[in-house]
Every structure is written in structure tokens, then in C-alpha cells.
Design a protein around this ligand. Structure first.
Ligand SMILES: [Zn+2]
Length: 397
């Protein structure tokens, strides 16, 4: 029960807030930015229609056919596609200082730097992540010396559980999990032990492990035994040995079981050993679509194969994936994988106003896999503008 004094106070507060509400209703709406007339595709809202997107106070304020009201700025998006800001769960954008701003201009409003460094030099990507304009997190490489030409964990002593745990404990706010690269040329015959140690590292922190699969010494079913719900398998289209399909083109039962228990399957485009068109074709034919798309972006990949996230997404339009499904894999699906993105990947009213504007061009476009094989596609998405936290980002140079 409220006593008299509390009652008076509560009644006054209610009256005051009622007055504020009526003031707002009486005044004409005024926004910071309206993105006008684009084709808004937001799989989280099951929306695909011409809409205005109005933004106020850094958040989505309205998504309507014709938003009435003033705006400090407008962004003419007619003829373009307007989607939630893209979330790239496997990049190396924190490897260089300007990485975050380069991919921001491509529409990437959130990313995970996946294993660029191990415990010895984890402070480097963490510093880049902390100063990045968009939300980003870092996966620590289980190999304490990071990515090595001779193989991150070829010397098993480098898979140092104590060092990785210390680094996570000191940087709980930025380190979102562990990356374990398991290919023959990275871990050799240590792959199983490396993954076991990666799980040991994350156990006390309740964090995921992302494995880089493909061309492993150990058979995939043995490795997948160690994956728990919430873990991520990247490079899911890696060709044999130890691909996710068998010689007859069937998805391995252990792969299907992993998905059923909540392991995520991610593209990880990259440049070497991860993506071959015939494997993509067979896996897609089996109906085993990626949960998420990601670029495995590096500064070098800006001019070959990867280029930018919209280009990576475009490759799947020609494998029979509808445009809204392609967009889901770079937005709402990715938002479910890492908690840092939990209120993103959507244009829902109230969500942070992170928006990617894309151009879908028709024509003849060449896409190259990691083995030099070319495919020609009839359409390609291009970056067409980014809004981060309600503010327009300067376009890509
Ligand atoms: Zn990578």
C-alpha cells in the first residue's frame, strides 16, 4: 500500500507524464533522419515493401509507407534496397586500424574479428575493436601466437589454456569466444586436442568456440563430437578431405545432428581452401543452407574474391536463395549468434538505427571461388550507403 505522501507523489508523476504524452501527440513529428522510398527488406519483420524509415535519437522511430513529419536530414533511397545494418560474424577487420571504418562503408554495422590474434598479442585487435565506430567483438585464437605461416598450433604447446583464459578474464567485455583453426596446415594431427583445449578455455566463461573446418587430419564426426550448442562452424563449404558431405553428396549425419543441437553453420568466404562452387552446389541441393554469411574479410581481400559483404551475399542469389533469405543470413540470423548483436539485425521500432542501403544491379557478374573457378551471376548487390546509430556514414572511397 502507498502511504499518503507516496500517493500524492505518484499521482503527480502520472499527471506529469500524461501531460508529456499529450504534448508529443500535439506537436508534429520531427526526426533526425528519414530514409525515403527504398524497398525495405527486413526478414525479422517479414517485411518487403516500399517504405520510409524514420530515425530519432539514434533509434528506429517509424517504418511506414509515408512518414509524415520533419527531418533534419533525408536520404533518398528510391530504387535501392534498405536493410538492417549487416552483421559479419567472421572477419579480420580488427587486424588493421582502418578495418572497421572500411567495412562500415560497405554496410557492416557490427562484426566479429575471428581469431586474428592469440593471447600474446590479443591487445592489438582489442584496441582496434575498442576504438571502432560500430559494435565489434574479438575471438581469441587458441594458438597463443595467433595466425602463423607454419601453423598456429602445429606445436601443441601454443594451444595454451592458461594464457587464453587469462586474456579472456582481463578482457571479458571484448572477447566473445575462442577461434580454433583445425586444418592440416594449421594444426596438423593436433586438431582434436586443439579443439578440446579450446573448449576447456571457454568452459568457465560460458562462451562459444568457432571452428575453422576443412582439410583436417581428423574425420569431421570425431571433431563435431566436441561441439556444444552455440558453437560456430565456419568454412562450411570447404572441399574434401573432411567436407560436410560424403562422396555421394549426402550431408553427414553428425553434421545434421550438430545443427539440431544448436551448432551454427557459417559461410566464411575467405580466399584459400574454404569455398568451391561444386561443393556449394551439392550442399545447397541437399537443402543444408548456411545459418549465417560471413566474409572472412582481410584488407587484401578487398580486391579479390571477397571485395565486400554485399558481394559475398550476392553469390547465393544464383544458388536459388531468395533475396530476403540472403539478407536474413547477414542480419537477423547473425544477431542470434553473438549477444553483442542481440538488439540489432532488425529495423524494429526502438532498435538502434543501424541501416545498410544496397543496390541490386542486374547484368553479368563474375564470382570466383577459392580455387579460381568462375561463375557468372545475373545480379549483384553493391554497397549503397550506411547509417550507424542514426547517422549517415561517409561512402566508401
Ligand atoms: Zn578467418
Amino acid at each position: 500500500m502507498l502511504n499518503r505522501r507516496q500517493f500524492v507523489y505518484a499521482a503527480a508523476a502520472a499527471a506529469a507524464s500524461f501531460a508529456r504524452v499529450t504534448d508529443v501527440l500535439a506537436a508534429p513529428a520531427s526526426f533526425d533522419l528519414i530514409i525515403k522510398g527504398g524497398r525495405v527488406i527486413d526478414p525479422s519483420l517479414r517485411l518487403d515493401a516500399i517504405r520510409d524509415v524514420a530515425i530519432a535519437g539514434g533509434r528506429i522511430a517509424a517504418v511506414e509507407a509515408n512518414v509524415a513529419g520533419d527531418a533534419a536530414a533525408t536520404f533518398d533511397a528510391r530504387g535501392r534496397i534498405v536493410v538492417p545494418g549487416l552483421l559479419d560474424i567472421h572477419t579480420h577487420a580488427a587486424r588493421v586500424k582502418d578495418g572497421p571504418s572500411l567495412c562500415l562503408a560497405d554496410g557492416v554495422t557490427g562484426f566479429i574479428d575471428a581469431g586474428s590474434q592469440g593471447a600474446d598479442r590479443i591487445n592489438e585487435p582489442i584496441a582496434v575493436a575498442r576504438s571502432a565506430p560500430q559494435p565489434c567483438r574479438v575471438l581469441i585464437n587458441i594458438g597463443r601466437a595467433g595466425i602463423l605461416p607454419e601453423g598456429d598450433t602445429m606445436d601443441i604447446a601454443r594451444a595454451d589454456v592458461g594464457a587464453a583464459r587469462d586474456a579472456i578474464a582481463k578482457n571479458r567485455d571484448i572477447i566473445a569466444g575462442v577461434k580454433a583453426r583445425l586444418s592440416r596446415d594449421v594444426a596438423g594431427a593436433n586438431d582434436y586436442e586443439v579443439l578440446k583445449r579450446a573448449q576447456e578455455v571457454v568452459a568457465p566463461f560460458n562462451l562459444p568456440v568457432m571452428i575453422h573446418m576443412g582439410q583436417t587430419v581428423s574425420p569431421l564426426p570425431r571433431l563435431f563430437d566436441l561441439l556444444k550448442p552455440g558453437d560456430v562452424v565456419t568454412h562450411m563449404f570447404a572441399p574434401p578431405p573432411n567436407s560436410i558431405i560424403d562422396e555421394n553428396g549426402r550431408i553427414l549425419p553428425e553434421v545434421l545432428a550438430a545443427r539440431r543441437r544448436g551448432v551454427w553453420f557459417d559461410l566464411g568466404n575467405g580466399r584459400t581452401g574454404h569455398l568451391r562452387w561444386d561443393i556449394v552446389e551439392r550442399v545447397m541441393r541437399e537443402g543444408f543452407w548456411p545459418d549465417t554469411f560471413s566474409t572472412d574479410w582481410t584488407p587484401e581481400a578487398r580486391t579479390v574474391q571477397v571485395f565486400d559483404f554485399p558481394n559475398v551475399m550476392s553469390k547465393f542469389l544464383d544458388f536459388g536463395m531468395p533475396l530476403d533469405q540472403v539478407i536474413a543470413r547477414a542480419t537477423v540470423n547473425a544477431s542470434r549468434v553473438f549477444p553483442v548483436f542481440q538488439d540489432r539485425g532488425t529495423l524494429n521500432v526502438g532498435a538502434p538505427a543501424d541501416v545498410a542501403v544496397l543496390e541490386l544491379r542486374q547484368g553479368s557478374f563474375e564470382f570466383v571461388d577459392n580455387y579460381g573457378n568462375k561463375r557468372t551471376g545475373g545480379q549483384r548487390l553493391f554497397p549503397g550507403g550506411t547509417v550507424l546509430g542514426g547517422k549517415r556514414v561517409p561512402p566508401r572511397a
